[in-house]
Design a protein around this ligand. Structure first.
Ligand SMILES: [Zn+2]
Ligand SMILES: [Zn+2]
Length: 288
């Protein structure tokens, strides 16, 4: 993240320069596996000092959650549902995310953006675990996906998924460190846009975490919020990142598709795709 080239530019500065805003988000949201290990399996002089043994898969799972730039609740739930021991290690998972979250504001270079990102992940993991545990008759995978379908509900006449919008707003309101200009700005913009309207809470959150450019340039998956969604509903043009998301959404989407009437295309302005040759040329120029 911090390495610089011969003219003192970091990788994310170069990516921003050529308009690759998702790359910028990926680089800036990096968290090392070592940081996860520090809280998951703390060592003193190279010796593990905890009582319980934790599998490597658990470290990988927590790292995939914390080290990602994807904060959409449905994305978090999909990750939760695919890891078979989400409930077995629930306490430890929440503990590690919580410690890394706390670390962001307590260290020398406090990082408000990273701290809000980790807070959202922690909040959605807690809510998902709560839902799964209140449905003991179902497997964790089944129950978590049911929760994802619930928050993805879309009523006819609405322009966004209302339960999702409410969940996102609740997560922001619950953020424990409210004394920052960054947080204040986000809350003020959310208050300007009523629940269920566009711009949606997700659009505001992504903008405040990753910048205006990524919202202007990227299409976000309507289900999991992944930037760079290339698939479309042929009728209403709603964006999806994958067949998995499209399939997941179909039972919900088929009831509202016709009423959306093709107005789901984000006003994205200019298309910022850049060819490899142009990219090389631009990088060569700044390196002179
Ligand atoms: Zn998706
Ligand atoms: Zn449609």
């Amino acid at each position: 993240m911090y390495s610089v080239n011969s003219i003192g530019k970091t990788a994310s500065e170069l990516a921003a320069f050529v308009g690759h805003h998702e790359c910028v988000a990926v680089i800036n949201n990096h968290i090392s596996v070592e940081l996860i290990e520090e809280f998951l399996r703390p060592k003193i002089n190279g010796e593990y000092v905890g009582g319980e043994e934790y599998p490597d898969e658990l470290a990988t799972f927590i790292h995939s959650l914390c080290g990602s730039h994807e904060v959409h609740p449905v994305k978090i739930i999909f990750r939760f549902s695919k890891y078979p021991d989400s409930i077995t290690y629930k306490k430890k998972i929440l503990y590690v995310i919580d410690r890394i979250f706390e670390r962001q504001l307590r260290c020398k270079e406090s990082n408000e953006i990273m701290s809000l990102k980790l807070w959202l992940i922690l909040f959605f993991m807690r809510e998902t675990a709560k839902y799964v545990e209140s449905n003991p008759g179902k497997s964790p995978e089944e129950a978590s996906l049911q929760y994802a379908r619930m928050i993805s509900a879309w009523n006819e006449g609405d322009v966004v998924r209302r339960p999702l919008d409410i969940l996102l707003r609740n997560a922001v309101v619950a953020f424990p460190y409210k004394h920052s200009l960054f947080y204040d700005t986000l809350v003020k913009s959310l208050n300007k846009s009523p629940v269920g309207q566009r711009p949606s809470a997700y659009e505001y959150i992504v903008q405040s975490l990753f910048g205006q450019r990524i919202v202007a340039v990227c299409q976000f998956c309507s289900v999991c919020g992944h930037p760079g969604a290339k698939k479309r509903c042929p009728q209403c043009k709603l964006s999806y990142c994958s067949q998995e998301c499209q399939k997941f959404d179909w039972p919900i989407h088929k009831k509202v598709c016709t009423s959306l009437n093709g107005n789901q295309e984000l006003a994205t302005g200019t298309n910022n795709m850049i060819s490899m040759d142009d990219l090389q040329a631009q990088i060569a120029q700044i390196d002179v």
